[in-house]
Design a protein around this ligand. Sequence first.
Ligand code: BGC
Length: 725
Amino acid sequence: MSQAENRPWMDPARSPDERADLLIAAMTLDELIGLVHGPMPNLLDEVPTDAARGAGYVPGVPRLGVPAQNATDASLGVANPRKVREGDGATALPSGLALASTWSPELARQAGAMVGAEARAKGFNVLLGGGVNLTREPRCGRNFEYLGEDPLLAGVLCGEAVAGAQSNDIVCTVKHFALNDQETCRHVVDVRIDEAALRESDLLAFQIAIERGEPGSVMSAYNRVNGDWCGENDFLLNRVLKGDWAYPGWVMSDWGGCHSTAKAALAGLDQESGYQLDKQVYFGALLKAAVEAGEVPFERLADMAHRILRSLIARGFLDRPCERAEIDYAAHEAVAQAAAEAGCVLLKNEGDLLPLQPGVKVAVIGGHADVGVLSGGGSSQVIPVGGPSLEIPVEIGPSSAFSRITYHPSAPLAAIAARAGEALYADGQDLAAAMAIAGQADVAIVFAEQWTTEAEDVPTLALPNDQHTLIAAVASANPRTVVVLETGGPVTMPWLEDVQGVLQAWYSGSKGGEAMARLLFGEAEPAGRLPITYPKSTDDLPRPQVPGMIFGPPEEGKTIPTSYPNVQQHKGRFSIDHPEGAAVGYRWFDREGKDVLFPFGFGLSYTRFAFEDLRLEGGETVRARFVAANVGERPGVAVPQLYARVAGADGRETLRLIGWARLELAPGERREVEILADPRLLAAYDVTVPGWRIAGGPVSVSLRTNALAEALGGAVELVARTFAP
Ligand code: BGC
């Protein structure tokens, strides 16, 4: 018999759906069960030879020519937390918030393509990224992995990153579905929110990401939503994802996030991941028994397998299996550097202190700027090629099991020294020493850091370890002080008035130091805009305290430099209400009339832009046309943002980003721009339709340079209509 007759699923001329069905028809019950659950390979007594040693592994079916599934975390590069693959480094992208700050779908796609290429060359066919949880909690330890607080911006960029990664013929996983918006108590908390508010915010981000990126899989979140665990949440999985959105791929549980057999399988979970972390192996022998007893219909098991196989087959699983290959790390670092440069946000530049002139005398202070750049902790941790330049063990807290404070070896000091006349350095531990070098220099640059990690939130938006004192002291010694922030998210800045410059550099990845120096010295133009609001105080947040965070005495003798030893987490089950509903981030601050430190969408440039001649059209959606011009002396990137005021299902009007453009403009260049709004952002979600409802009538629309700065305004008439969810 020829292969075509013998193994018809190997025929690339057939559709992935057909091939999956042919394969399923040839599989035994045990083989099907084998597909829907998998271990963490490194915790197995014997690691299988075809395991790539990532976070997840599902054995193949050699009898039928089916390869193993090898999954790795990959939001910010091919991760290697706890160095499970000894000596295996990878290219680190800047953090998700940095990528979101680019507002650039093209850069997101390139970044994804780079990570996907690296993952494939390391033998992985399933990537556990991208993360698109909205920033409801600016203290969330994982904000650095995500793309900010706006459903349109986050959704579009996540979708592009996924499409880029999947262009390498591997599967991506959009996560964590849904509302895993804080790390504190992520394993016990029940997030309460009404359906319409959820559809208008977090779910919309997922929906847009999934439409654009067509990820092969989606990962359910750890928490519960409205009473049910996300991994057995019929509303989220069956009704919204697979029903309303007709999602054809598979849903995998987060590691330790599967809680049952029949309930989970019937609610729409298709695969149990990292089963050693669950209380029992729910989708192994227990699922087999449930199928045999008729508790879970065989058709449901076949559907689980179908979804897994069709996604994998659509990405070359059978035709182009992943094989190890050489990686061009220099080319990949260039992608990481481009993203880092475009993702740094210039927040303050008084008196045009920046860009610095080559040859100035610079005092570089703090932030381990002499060794490298900080990265965020947890499962997304990338280990740099050649190893970290500094690692600080974490002794306490939930992240200590798998996090180390890790620096990538792209030292800002070296990159600055290469451009400055002279660069002095002080580590910032000794205030007098820092002030002394600041006083001798033309300019002082303080590198301030805030380490954040999966599994923990920060209790405060203040910089840890008295860095506020350090910055104020340096600024008192030299008013020409610039602060570079290497943080996981927004921080407060009590010293803002005392310094002349602030550059938000986030976690900047493999070439972070180089990127920062190029921006500081004007070899690159600051182009980033904030994807997240900087509150003035945690008192202004919907939840002034992180729910479930408990403050206790530090553990004896166990202090570490950048964590919060007195923070613990509530252990029992409890729920969090979301009175803000869909008013996440800037929508909340705008609606509540609260002042912010820096608004969503904010970012300075070394040049100036003008916007003119706004022409708005209504009807089914909003179309805006206008002219953007660079009226300064340097090239630069303009990011005009279109907003509308729209009432959600709660009847309350909020400001919403409905579209944007990103334009690289030469000095004096003028360009005609058109932005077409996604109509879902002009609608309220109406559960009685069910679907989106545009009320119809006049809507105020404005072109802004950030959420608070209106450049041009107008109004349109929208047609009343409803459309599918
Ligand atoms: C994280 C996921 C990750 C998984 C596998 C979990 O702790 O929440 O984002 O993909 O581990 O490493």
